[in-house]
Design a protein around this ligand. Structure first.
Ligand SMILES: C[S@@+](CC[C@H](N)C(=O)[O-])C[C@H]1O[C@@H](n2cnc3c(N)ncnc32)[C@H](O)[C@@H]1O
Length: 193
């Protein structure tokens, strides 16, 4: 299966979006609630309908950007925020994007990528982050098989992937997952070295 832009766009158009929970998830909400610096430049890649974008804006974070190569979810977000400048909605391939951020949020984007792209994901995250910038969010913990998306992983797999370029601040089973993901998620914060 080829996980192209058209593949994802079709899934939105056909409403085959089982990952879309329709609201911000508890782990991300609780993480955002303890951030104090509202000026952080934040990227949400593979954003989909990104309810976390709305949450962050409502909490006063104003430097927040969503990126996706599927057009439909970006349009949905834009319709909710017509007053925002267009640059907050980045219609691009993650691997082609060039900018710098303080914080990048991960939720069901990494697991949506072909596992062959995992090293490129880490490298791209390094390029996109300012020094001491962070990636934070959730990775799935269930066995990695050929079947997906979503593609699984484990604490050991993620540690090995990120350890050369990032300091691991947290990588532990999430204690506040939404019910259907209970026991299946690791919450993490990695800091660019
Ligand atoms: C499983 S969905 C998750 C969406 C969102 N993070 C959520 O939690 O609802 C994966 C998203 O990643 C996007 N995506 C996949 N590969 C991408 C790439 N290379 N560049 C940009 N977006 C990509 C898809 O279009 C899709 O919106």
């Amino acid at each position: 299966m080829s996980l192209t832009k058209d593949y994802w766009e079709n899934r939105y158009q056909n409403q085959e979006t089982g990952w879309d929970v329709g609201r911000i998830t508890t782990p991300l909400k609780e993480y955002f609630d303890q951030l104090e610096n509202k000026s952080l430049k934040i990227l949400i890649p593979g954003a989909g309908n990104s309810y976390e974008f709305d949450y962050l804006l409502h909490q006063g974070f104003h430097n927040v950007f969503v990126l996706d190569f599927a057009e439909t979810p970006l349009q949905n977000i834009q319709e909710r925020w017509p007053q925002l400048p267009k640059e907050h909605f980045i219609h691009d391939d993650f691997f082609e994007h060039n900018e710098r951020y303080d914080l990048i949020i991960e939720q069901t984007f990494f697991c949506a990528l072909d596992p062959n792209l995992r090293k490129d994901y880490v490298k791209k995250m390094l390029d996109l982050l300012n020094l001491n910038g962070k990636i934070a969010g959730l990775f799935f913990q269930f066995p990695l098989t050929l079947e997906g998306p979503p593609f699984g992983g484990s604490k050991e797999i993620y540690e090995e992937l990120f350890q050369n370029d990032f300091t691991c601040k947290t990588l532990a089973p999430a204690r506040n997952s939404i019910k259907p993901r209970d026991g299946k998620e690791l919450f993490f914060i990695f800091i660019k070295k």
